[in-house]
Design a binder for this molecule. Sequence first.
Ligand code: FES
Length: 319
Amino acid sequence: MVNTTIKARIEQIKYECEGIISLELIPVNQNSFPSFSAGSHIDIKLPNGHTRSYSLTNAPNQYDRYNIAVKLEEDSKGGSAWFHHEARVGMEIQTLPPSNDFEMVPSDKMTVLFAAGIGITPILSMIAKLNSENHAWTLHYSAKTKRQRAFFPLLEKLRENSNGQIHYYLTAEESSRMDLQAIMQASPEGTHFYCCGPASFINVFIEAGQNHPAENIHFERFSASQEAATDGGYNIHLARDGRTLPVEAGQSILDVLLDSGIDVQYACSEGVCGTCKTTVLDGIPDHRDDCLTDEEKAQNKAIMVCCSGSLSKTLTLDL
Ligand code: FES
C-alpha cells in the first residue's frame, strides 16, 4: 500500500522542559487528519529532506490536530535540530498517516505504565484513552531533574478526576529510582505493563517482566538495544549504482550513503523504525537493529543501514 503524504501546518510550538518542545500540527487541505489509536506515531518529512518518527501525544479522538514532542539530540542528523532551531509557527510540513507499533490491548484489568524522559510521549495518548474508558492506571515516570520532566502540568491534569495515579522519580536530583521488578511483582494478576524510554530502561523492563505473561508486556524503543556499528574498515558495493565506497571508523553505512548522494529513506537513525531497511545481495551484515527478527538476521538478506555494519570485507547492497 502506498502511503500518501498529508500537508500539515505548525499551529503552535511550546517549550515543555529543558531540551524538549511540543508542536501542534493542523491539516492544511482537509478538516481532520486520519484517525489514530493510542501509542501511534507519524513519520514527518522535513523541509531539509529528512524523515523522522514522532509519537502522537494527544487523545486518539482528537484527530483535528496531531500533537508531537521533540527532544533536542546532541548528535542530531537534522531531525530534532530542525524542529528546535528552524521550525516556526505557520510553516507547512508533510507527514505520512499514523501507524502503530505500540498498540494497547483491550483489558478490564489494571494498566501500569513506565516512562523515562521523552518516552512519556506515547504514554500521554494512552492515559487519555484509559481515562476516556474510566480505566484504572498507574504511571511511573522518571526524569533526571525537575527541569527535564516534560509535560508535568498536562500529566497532573490527566490525573485529576481520573482512576489514575502518578509516581515521579528524579534520578539526578533526588536519587529516586524506580524498582520496576518490585512494582511489577506487586501489581494485580492480569495487569498489562507498557514501557517507553531509552534502551537501557527498556532492557531493565524486559528483564523485570520475565516472570509475567509475555502478552502482558508491551514496550516501544526510541533507540536500539545495541550500540551502532561504527568501527568501519569495510566497503559497501552498490550493485545498481556501480560504486564501491569505503566505510571509515566513526561512520555508519547511512552516513556514507548520504555523503555520496544516494537517496536512502531513514527516520529514527537508531535501528528501531525499519525505514532504512535495505536488501543485501552479498556479504554478512553486523546486525545491530531491533527491527529484524532473529530469523531474518540469520538469513543476511536485509540490513538496517543506519546502525548495522559489515562482518565481511565488502557488503553488496541493492542500491
Ligand atoms: S532509520 Fe529507523 S531503523 Fe534505520
